[in-house]
Design a protein around this ligand. Sequence first.
Ligand code: NAD
Ligand code: UDX
Length: 485
Amino acid sequence: MKICCIGAGYVGGPTMAMIAARCPDIPVTVVDVNEARIAAWNSEELPIYEPGLDAIVRTARGRNLFFSTDVDGAIRDADMIFVSVNTPSKTYGIGAGRAADLTNVELCARRIAAVAEGDKIVVEKSTLPVRTAESLQRILRANGSGHRFEVLSNPEFLAEGTAIADLERPDRVLIGGESTPSGHAAVQRLVDIYARWVPRERILTASVWSSELSKLVSNALLAQRVSSVNALSALCEATGADVEEVAAAAGRDSRIGHRFLNASVGFGGSCFQKDILNLVYLCEHYDLDEVAAYWTQVVEINDWQKQRFVRRMIRTMFNTIAGKRIAVLGFAFKKDTDDARESPAIDVCRALLAEHAELAIFDPKVSAEAIRAALRQAAGLPEAELDRRVVCGPDVYSAADGAHALAVLTEWEEFRHLDFVEIHDRMKKPAFAFDGRNILPHDALRALGFEVHAIGKPAVPRDLLPVQPDAAALTAGGARLSPRS
Ligand code: NAD
Ligand code: UDX
């Protein structure tokens, strides 16, 4: 058995590295049209940041894990071909902004059909609309030279930042195949690969359609949870309740569960919005307008949450942020990744720039170039203006220099343990802290003189603040918080 994977991105790279590490006897070649990305996979500086990835790649690379730009050669050699290319929302024509753009997937199918010299199992790893396998099958049959192609659906459920742990101990592996003898045999071959390290009871098999739809549904349900708690965070702010206490109380019910109930500035990432909109588009296609409207609301609440955060910043800072420097802490869509695709930080920064604010942005893993590229596209400002109004600092302290406010947009652990005395000293007064992830030590910051605004938490009126920081505040978060005397 030889494996090839088309697409060396956030999914293709780590998933294939895991398969290669766990199955030393199976040669795995990951191919991509992006030469720079392949060069990086073959270097010491991997193209994506993912905790634990380096070690897994080092175990297998050069032994049975290979990265190459020779797409045709790898297809020809392989018995099983994973298609793990990007499937963004369409940006043009019918279904623009909602339907999945399947151009890359179709190109892969046509390439496989063109160069295959024998039977192949083609595995959909990309997230795809229901019934895509049918289209792939037709393209492969129509263009192949008489070889047999079995198309399986094997959606990936890893989350960025925890990809290696998710791949090592997945909650489930899902494999969809056709209900024919050759379909069953193909499913079994893929089951046998995962069964090398995944307990058999966690490997689920299903029809292709169920498998394809399950992926969209899983992401929709997860995103719905975040939008639900975010919607309630607004109610908490209005009523004086604390969203963390409310979520903790509700989450204690084992039917609800405590995970994925962290109120935030909004969800981001390359998957949630794209997959929900894809689901919405599917519902509309099948004339299920009420179902489509239900799921659309998950995305709308997410957009509203980001706008609400910015509006609160402006209102709090005396109704104008023009010319004010704002230190933006975090740009990645979540901690432990360098990925800023669809990050809430992009929308928040765009809105702040539209109000003529000046931004000093720091993220531990997203490069200054990536931040500038994202904002160049989103903000639509002339280059010189962008240069003047956006700086990407080497650390939080330089970002805070002369800033009127901190805005925490990613929940990086290191933001919990900063020297807030120094940060406060460097900032203009009053010093505002807007915590879009509820990770800062709020009471301690207030004791230092910060005015803190957090998601789903009541703002504490100034006259209720302690005059002197109390002992607990001085050690909160493990940070050096005592004011300099
Ligand atoms: P990505 O953009 O990081 O990687 C995709 C790669 O495919 C790119 O390097 C691109 O150059 C390559 N590619 C595109 N067309 C190609 C072609 N015709 N031939 C060769 N290479 C080609 O994307 P990703 O984040 O890895 O996502 C891939 C798929 O997995 C998507 O469908 C996504 O929805 C799904 N998914 C992503 C995640 C995630 O956390 N990122 C999780 C689960 C599922
Ligand atoms: C998601 C799914 O979790 C994963 O199963 C799927 O394969 C791909 O899409 P990912 O987007 O990498 O993974 O990260 P995830 O942890 O789901 O977070 C998505 C967004 O929701 C992030 O912006 C995160 O900060 C936000 N989030 C998550 C919250 O705001 N609150 C939460 O409680 C959880």
